[in-house]
Design a protein around this ligand. Structure first.
Ligand code: NAP
Length: 281
């Protein structure tokens, strides 16, 4: 069974995926910053789970983990780039520092992991890289711009890499979850609330988008739905380039956003987020 390294395994989709993979007999290297949470997974999961601290924003942290991994396994067969967080708010109001930090985790983080673990895959002429993107890697929602921009970047890099690495027998897979019920939604909402104080320039619009976001998350799919797709992408002989999860709820949205004229898809997004018809007084 392959050795699978996953980032952001201490919570949510990453945690669920790590547990499922280990229970199915894979050797899982579960990583995140919160090592206590990882230890708890190791204690309660059947199967082989090794845990390591990795902060994907730090090359030193990734290098130290890579050295440690070399002491107990000869190869990482599958790399799952899952760690991320969402920076939300009006693009006008987001500072460069916050935007850079968002890209540091969600874009440079996966690239740092890929640069570290890809050379051994290339030499072996086998391996798999699974990047956890999002439906918002294919469309962009108002006030989710910073986060959406990182997932668009991750999609473009994954598409380029897929064709760069195909000759070396390495598959690159993108997973595009819609809303999934994890702690992620709360982080998104806190970001929005910071910019929604009465009198703030976008307060009225932000209130509507918070209502949309609050409706979205209680009806969200469970993390196991995303984990199931990731496990499939690990195990299947010929994975597809992209998996949208849950498919039915989200594929139509992506198709409409991509194929409608921009004005029509804007109207769709304005309707969906409750922004249609809002005017500043
Ligand atoms: N939930 C959704 O609705 C949704 C929808 C579409 C896509 N996604 C994507 O799915 C993936 C997982 O999201 P989730 O919902 O499971 O989120 P989550 O429950 O908030 O978990 C995020 C994970 O990322 C880790 N992380 C954050 N910053 C990190 C860093 N600098 N270095 C290492 N690990 C870091 C966290 O661990 P530590 O804090 O312990 O480091 C945690 O384990 C993300 O890529 C997200 O963009 C989620």
């Amino acid at each position: 069974m392959p050795t699978v390294l996953i980032t952001g395994a201490s919570a949510g989709i990453g945690r669920e995926t790590a547990v499922r993979l280990a229970e199915r007999g894979h050797h899982v290297i579960a990583t995140a910053r919160n090592v206590q949470a990882l230890e708890q997974i190791k204690r309660t999961t059947k199967g082989r789970v090794d845990t390591l601290a990795i902060d994907v924003t730090s090359q030193d942290s990734v290098d130290a983990a890579s050295k440690e991994i070399a002491t107990f396994t000869s190869q990482v067969d599958v790399l799952i780039n899952n760690a991320a967080y969402a920076l939300t708010g009006p693009l006008e109001s987001v500072s460069d520092a916050d935007l850079k930090a968002q890209f540091e985790t969600n874009v440079f983080g996966p690239m740092r992991m890929i640069r570290t673990f890809l050379p051994q895959m290339r030499q072996r002429k086998s391996g798999r890289i699974i990047n956890i993107s999002s439906v918002v890697g294919r469309l962009a929602l108002p006030f989710f711009g910073p986060y959406n921009a990182t997932k668009h970047a991750l999609e473009a890099m994954s598409d380029a890499l897929r064709n760069e690495l195909r000759p070396f027998g390495i598959r690159v897979v993108i997973i595009e979850p819609g809303a999934i019920s994890t702690g992620f939604g709360e982080i998104e909402r806190k970001g929005l609330e910071q910019h929604g104080e009465p009198g703030a320039p976008y307060a009225e619009q932000i209130a509507k988008v918070i209502a949309f976001q609050k409706d979205l998350h209680p009806n969200a799919a469970k993390p196991e739905v995303a984990a199931r797709a990731i496990v499939h992408a690990v195990e299947t002989e010929k994975p597809r380039a992209r998996y949208v999860v849950p498919f039915l709820r989200n594929r139509a949205l992506i198709a409409l956003a991509e194929f409608l004229p921009t004005e029509a898809s804007d109207a769709l997004i304005q309707n969906m987020t409750g922004l249609r018809g809002t005017r500043t007084s």
